[in-house]
Design a protein around this ligand. Structure first.
Ligand code: HEC
Ligand code: HEC
Length: 343
């Protein structure tokens, strides 16, 4: 397997087991080793045999924390100059992103990297493109203190929140020690864990509604598996469960030019040569809504992103028909938030 050096072994083992279990002839574009024919395999795939699992329909969370976290997420009091909230860059009405190539923080400062969605982020094994933190709680300090994002300090945020009567009452009702950084983190992270978008047409298909996808979309899903996209984008988040290099088959960065620190990926944390340009495989959920794409925001459309993936990750050149099918499939990954389809 060409990816194995950079791959979470568990994820691959699970995938292989699922493939063998289902008897699917699952041939990756980068790995020509053919699986045995399906003759003796059990009948048609069920949900467990697929490399992708549907999102859970319910999350059991403390509702008071969710609501407090929702207010904090939308409150500009969390930024140094009172101008920016988490929602400024993670707009829940536009897929949980800002749709900019690079985000803009306080004072209009431009950040260095494209903003990923906050929807379903709790299902990813690490946070940030380079996976530098593990939990949503730990993640909060990043944007809050980043000079080009919210540019705040904890003492300042705690002081501002403490002046607010409603916050004082709400924090006191939930947390014994009231308004504290770890409680702000906890409320925000609990709210983020509520940002689940179930019931996409593809999830309905996985749950057994075979009519949820049309023929073209289904052909797109088959291609997604056959080409090997699903060897990286898999699991409940269709991504978010392993690291991979951008540029497995061809050097993406030399072709693009102008390499910056954020292009180094995991290397900027580990300083290990094998981690250069290695990123967390992003989730493809709601992908039709989160343009532009890639960590550098260089792919304006979904078609652009898929072309880059086929070429640099799989060494494939897709024809128009294949490209259209895959994009049609990707558009079925848009889910619902609080019972309404995202747009
Ligand atoms: C100025 C724009 C901006 C603001 C404000 C902002 N973010 Fe982000 N957010 C980003 C960018 C850009 C990234 C990607 C950074 C990286 O990976 O290095 C990101 C990444 C994330 C991630 C990781 C998602 C993933 O898939 O890896 C989460 C979760 C998140 N932000 C939540 C928040 C929360 C909570 C707040 C408020 C406390 C917040 N963000 C404020 C721009 C912003
Ligand atoms: C070797 C692993 C691997 C394979 C195979 C792969 N991808 Fe990716 N994919 C990634 C990584 C890593 C990124 C993030 C790259 C970056 O911007 O740094 C990504 C990014 C993407 C994005 C952009 C996501 C976003 O939020 O910006 C899309 C869309 C995508 N892939 C679709 C596909 C499709 C379709 C295929 C098959 C044609 C595919 N990928 C094959 C690893 C892979």
């Amino acid at each position: 397997m060409i990816h194995s050096a950079k791959t979470n072994g568990w994820a691959f083992a699970t995938l292989i087991a699922a493939m063998l279990g289902s008897g699917l002839a699952y041939v990756s574009g980068v790995d020509s080793a053919q699986l045995p024919p399906a003759a003796t395999a059990p009948p048609q795939p069920n949900t467990e045999a697929e490399p992708i699992a549907p999102l859970p329909l319910m999350a059991s969370l403390d509702n008071r924390k969710v609501e407090l976290g929702r207010r904090l997420f939308h409150d500009t009091a969390l930024s140094g100059d009172g101008s920016i909230s988490c929602a400024s860059c993670h707009n829940l009405a536009s897929g949980g992103v800002d749709r900019l190539v690079r985000s803009r923080g306080i004072g209009g400062k431009e950040g260095a990297i494209n903003a990923p969605s906050v929807f379903n982020s709790g299902f990813s094994f690490r946070q940030f493109w380079n996976g530098r933190v593990e939990t949503l709680d730990e993640q909060v300090d990043g944007p809050l203190q980043h000079p080009a994002e919210m540019g705040a300090t904890w003492p300042q945020v705690i002081a501002v929140l403490s002046k607010n009567q409603t916050y004082r009452a709400e924090f006191a009702a939930i947390y014994r020690d009231g308004i504290q950084p770890h409680n702000v983190r906890d409320a925000l992270a609990t709210f983020e864990r509520s940002l689940v978008t179930p019931n996409s047409r593809f999830d309905r298909f996985l749950r057994g509604d075979r009519a949820a996808l049309n023929e073209k979309e289904l052909a797109g899903y088959r291609l997604f598996k056959r080409l090997g996209c699903a060897s990286c984008h898999q699991g409940v988040n269709i991504g978010g469960n392993m690291y991979q290099k951008l540029g497995v088959m061809e050097d993406y960065f030399t072709a693009r030019g102008n390499i910056t620190e954020t292009d180094l990926g995991r290397y900027s944390i580990t300083r290990r040569e094998e981690d250069r340009h290695v990123f967390k495989v992003p989730s493809l959920r709601n992908i039709a809504l989160t343009m532009p794409y890639l960590h550098d925001g260089s792919a304006t459309t979904l078609e652009d992103a898929v072309r880059v993936m086929a070429r640099y990750q799989l060494g494939e050149k897709l024809d128009t028909d294949e490209l259209e099918k895959i994009v049609a499939f990707l558009k079925t990954l848009t889910g619902e938030y609080r019972g309404k389809p995202l747009e």
